[in-house]
Design a protein around this ligand. Structure first.
Ligand code: ADP
Ligand code: MG
Length: 685
């Protein structure tokens, strides 16, 4: 029976109920999904290694001399050991297999056997431990090897892939003719055959075949993204702002400090947008603590004085709450008489929520702060004009759209503290104008970052106690809430809080974790801000945005377990006032080379942009912390580190394809139709 690329995987011969379940669990639903599970490497049978190369995995052709199977008991379990004596070009070697008794039969009858493995010298004998054995009688010249999918092993996958490819007519094409002509890509089935079963092993040729799939993956992602962006971009202004000199003075009076030059520039950029013909679509980018929030408040104020409502979407309840508190101070009644500001989150009581919804609908409320709770259908505005989205990378495009369409031609300001390297910025946010806040408010001292050797731990915490007694405040970050059998070297809050209560006896300490209710978290954070608590023990729930200006000490346990950007974010919780701040990093007992590199990078630099660039180099793939959480840039085949060039080509091609409908094939038309539907439902909800 002929298969199609989008046929269910269950139609492939050999896929039974059990495998079907495994595949589904791993997100492999269609024939194409399976075929895109590319080999991780190839064994080239045309060139077995003639000599033993120690310490390296190689393909060998060996002559079997003797086979012996023995069974022994080890810690009460019966295990079998199969020893095979063999010869490679006149040298005696030994293969050892644990718990593979079924191989005995094979080795007893086989004469010449291909194995893939690594030899080591043990007791003056060359020995390979459980090498891969090729028992197939008709070996292909080049054999693909796959990473296991749960219990489904490479050999099985190979058979399934082969069965699928045999029954796949060569009539498919997802890429538009425009791209096929431009890059002379091979056909889809031809490329798949070449990738899975190359007739000769040539890396460059296989890479060329793969390129069409990477291209395709980027293309369909970009088509959707750019389509949505175009949709946002072309919005004519309907809300007009009245920003007089007087209004600017009021803004200045609302703050107990002067704006930095970068903040002023961001405000000017914003004003230009608000006076322009089209709505504002601006990204405000700045390192942690650079003062983005204030700029957002000013935007909200501009909306209010122009008779418009504002909405501020924050990624977490803690942050929404904090912004709300700060805004309440900014919009104080003596400077902004009559301003009404509310907070709406998942934990807002039903009665209060109802009241807020009514206030927003009737226009009695000027500005609302909140979390995802703002996005639900029942939240309606009377005249929403300004939307702020804080920490944009935590929200997807559709969430942005959901809030956006609660108003009519609203102005949009999104902020991000993720220092996105310049090369990426254009690719990710090419629909947004960008203002960057580079310099932090003056008077800030650089944060001193130190790596503390584990044996100094007790000493360190005693010393830390003295600093706290001297009036400072500390965060202590631990990776786990409770002990985990799986990660014994990671410290947890439950165990350590006993230790901390002892060390910091007589000093108020508080604990914040993601498991606590919002009310509980808020109480403790408020106590910490007010100084009733001077040590805050927490998980990374406090990672983003928490702003306690006089906290000066940040301690991170198992610090090497965090990504660079995350460490930078955590460190950014201190150094927010004018006092000298410190960050102390405890490495894990078994620190990896990469872990060490991360810690030394953080210790050496405080420049978020530089750190992000290094992060990109070290991690590649999922890229920037935060972005990967949304799965936003989680490609299956391509990645932006290795394939940026392709990504850029795709970007240009997509502009062309979107502009000229005659270049769009059925796939693309279907995709865009889907996006249109999505935007429509958002629009009318
Ligand atoms: P982020 O960019 O991380 O969102 P915030 O807006 O939270 O930074 O600002 C960090 C801290 O710096 C806040 O306490 C804020 O009040 C303060 N701040 C912002 N701008 C200035 C300034 N121009 N001068 C002094 N302090 C400032
Ligand atoms: Mg912020």
């Amino acid at each position: 029976m002929d298969l199609k690329l989008d046929s269910s995987i269950s139609l492939i011969k050999g896929v039974g109920k059990k495998y079907l379940q495994v595949f589904h669990k791993n997100g492999i639903l269609t024939v194409l999904d399976l075929l895109l599970h590319f080999p991780i490497f190839y064994v080239d049978f045309t060139t077995p290694s003639p000599v033993i190369e120690a310490g390296e995995k190689k393909l060998y052709l060996l002559e079997v001399l003797q086979t012996r199977l023995s069974r022994i008991f080890r810690s009460r379990r019966k295990i079998s050991i199969l020893r095979v004596k063999a010869r490679i070009s006149n040298r005696e070697v030994y293969l050892v297999f644990f718990n593979k008794p079924y191989l005995e039969e094979f080795f007893k009858t086989a004469q010449n056997v291909y194995i893939y493995g690594q030899f080591e010298l043990k007791d003056k004998k060359w020995q390979a431990n459980t090498p891969m054995v090729f028992t197939d009688s008709d070996l292909k010249p080049v054999l693909p090897v796959y990473s296991k999918i749960s219990v489904i092993k490479s050999g099985t996958l190979r058979n399934l892939v082969e069965a699928a490819l045999e029954n796949l007519p060569d009539t498919y094409e997802a890429l538009p003719g425009y791209s096929l002509r431009k890059y002379s890509f091979p056909g889809i089935v031809e490329a798949l055959k070449g990738i899975h079963f190359p007739s000769e092993y040539r890396v460059e040729e296989i890479d060329v075949l793969k390129k069409r799939f990477i291209y395709g993956e980027f293309l369909f992602f970009q088509l959707e993204l750019q389509y949505i962006r175009n949709f946002f971009r072309q919005v004519k202004r309907v809300n007009f702002y009245k920003i007089t000199r007087e209004v600017k003075k009021v803004a200045a009076r609302s703050l107990d400090f002067d704006l930095t030059p970068d903040q002023k520039r961001a405000c000017r950029d914003m004003l230009k947008d608000l006076e322009g013909e089209y709505t504002m679509q601006r990204l405000l980018q700045g390192d942690v603590g650079s003062g983005k929030t204030v700029v957002a408040f000013i935007a909200l104020m501009f909306a209010r004085v122009s008779g418009l409502q504002g909405a501020f979407l924050a990624p977490t309840e803690i942050l929404a709450h904090q912004h709300f508190d700060n805004a309440s101070a900014f919009f104080s009644p003596d400077i902004h008489p009559g301003a009404r500001i509310e907070l709406l989150t998942g934990s807002t009581p039903a009665r209060k929520r109802k009241e807020i919804l009514a206030g927003l609908r009737e226009g009695a409320i000027d500005i609302v702060f909140g979390t995802h709770a703002l996005l639900t259908e029942d939240v309606r505005f009377c005249r929403l004009g300004m939307v702020i989205i804080d920490e944009q990378h935590r929200f997807g495009v559709s969430q942005r759209a959901a809030l956006y369409y609660k108003g009519h031609a609203v102005d949009l300001l999104v902020t991000t503290a993720t220092p996105i390297p310049r090369t990426m910025l254009l690719s990710l946010y090419n629909d947004l104008a960008v203002s960057v806040i580079k310099t932090k408010p003056s008077g800030r001292l650089p944060i001193h970052t130190r790596i503390i050797p584990p044996e100094r731990r007790d000493h360190f915490y005693k010393w830390l106690r003295k600093k706290i007694e001297g009036g400072e405040k500390a965060y202590i970050i631990l990776p786990l809430i409770e002990k985990s059998e799986a990660f014994t070297e990671l410290r947890d809050i439950e165990t350590e809080s006993v230790y901390f209560r002892d060390i910091f006896e007589g000093i108020g300490i508080g604990i914040v974790t993601g498991r606590m209710s919002q009310g509980e978290k808020d109480t403790i954070l408020d106590d910490f801000a007010a100084g009733k608590i001077r040590v805050l023990v927490a998980t990374t729930v406090i990672e983003v945005g928490i702003d306690v200006r006089d906290a000066t000490l940040m301690v991170i346990e198992n610090a090497d377990r965090y990504g660079l950007s995350q460490l930078h974010q955590l460190r950014g919780r201190v150094g927010r006032g004018n006092a000298q701040s410190y960050c102390y990093l405890f490495p894990s007992p078994k620190i990896t080379g990469k872990g060490k590199k991360r810690l030394s990078t953080i210790a050496a630099s405080e420049d978020g942009f530089k750190i992000a660039e290094i992060d990109l180099k070290i991690r590649g793939g999922g890229i920037i912390a935060g972005l990967e959480q949304t799965g936003y840039l989680d490609f299956k085949i391509g990645n932006l580190r290795d394939h940026m060039e392709i990504y850029k080509e795709v970007q240009k091609d997509v502009v062309v394809i979107l502009e000229d409908e005659s270049l769009q094939n059925e796939f693309i038309k279907g995709l865009l139709q889907g996006v249109r539907e999505k935007l429509k439902t958002i629009h009318f909800s």
